[in-house]
Design a protein around this ligand. Structure first.
Ligand code: AMP
Length: 251
């Protein structure tokens, strides 16, 4: 696997793929099976797979969330290498933001609901970096997890609005043995918190009403941002102490 940190070098490499299909999987690293599933799908459907690891500062709402976001580059690199991913792009923040953050994408509707209401600016930061990476990589297909369902909808909406040529592909949520959706933030849960976290997917999957789920989670010690139904999905965002978890299931 070739590792590229310099975007000029990347652009020269991209020229050599002119007649090939290119799949892009971009993540913030600390890779788990949820991310690797996206890579597998890309490998299956494209001639070349490009993985990108970039922790995007503009999509974090608190300094601590950014500061404590797990950074495990060596481990991630070994996982991608073992899967025979072709290229890993791992750019420095200044390379992605030569404009010093002055140019940004602003979505004014869907990005303000649910996650957007609790994480002001998050989706504009996310859409800005996604657009930059889509323009840099010019993939035939780009792969995103349904775990971040509102994010997936927004990326699809942006791609349509800006006439991007990339096909945006959503992939199902990968879960742990107890149904907790895999997430890099799970590693920040203590063993007791991790055991408690399993009630979140369990109750989301139950036949209880939204109010009953909210009440039961609250009684268990979760702090609830929202438990709701939309887009034929049941979606939730909850806190266990300092760690925020999101999930959604098809109704
Ligand atoms: P992240 O590194 O958390 O920003 O995630 C990078 C990509 O992986 C996004 O498209 C996520 O939706 C996707 N992803 C993260 N966790 C999972 C999971 N458990 N199942 C499926 N996709 C996931």
């Amino acid at each position: 696997m070739k590792i590229v940190t310099n975007l000029l070098e990347w652009q020269a490499i991209r020229q050599t793929f002119a007649n090939k299909s290119v799949g892009l999987v971009h993540t913030m690293g600390n890779l788990h099976q949820g991310h690797l599933q996206l890579c597998e799908r890309s490998k299956h459907e494209n001639d070349v797979t490009v993985a990108c690891i970039f922790i995007n500062p503009t999509q974090f709402n608190t300094e601590n969330d950014f500061k404590y976001y797990p950074r495990t580059l060596e481990q991630d690199r070994a996982l991608l290498n073992a899967m025979q991913i072709d290229i890993l792009i791992h750019p420095a923040v200044e390379m992605i933001y030569p404009d010093n953050y002055h140019i940004q994408i602003s979505e004014t509707s869907l990005s303000l609901e649910l996650e957007g209401a609790y994480r002001p600016g998050h989706f504009n930061g996310m859409l800005t970096v996604v657009l930059k990476l889509l323009l840099l990589v010019r993939p035939t297909r780009a792969y995103y997890g349904e775990k971040d369902y509102q994010q997936l909808l927004l990326i699809k909406k942006m791609a349509a609005a800006l006439f991007l040529l990339t096909e945006i592909i959503g992939c199902p949520t990968v879960r742990d043995h107890d149904q907790l959706a895999l997430s890099s933030r799970n590693t920040r849960l203590s063993p007791t918190e991790r055991a408690l976290a399993a009630y979140f997917p369990k109750l989301l999957h139950s036949t209880l009403s939204l109010d009953e789920i909210t009440q039961q989670l609250t009684d268990l010690g979760f702090k609830i941002d929202y438990i709701t139904e939309k887009w034929q999905r049941r979606l939730g965002a909850v806190w266990i102490n300092q760690v925020r978890l999101i999930d959604n299931i098809i109704i």
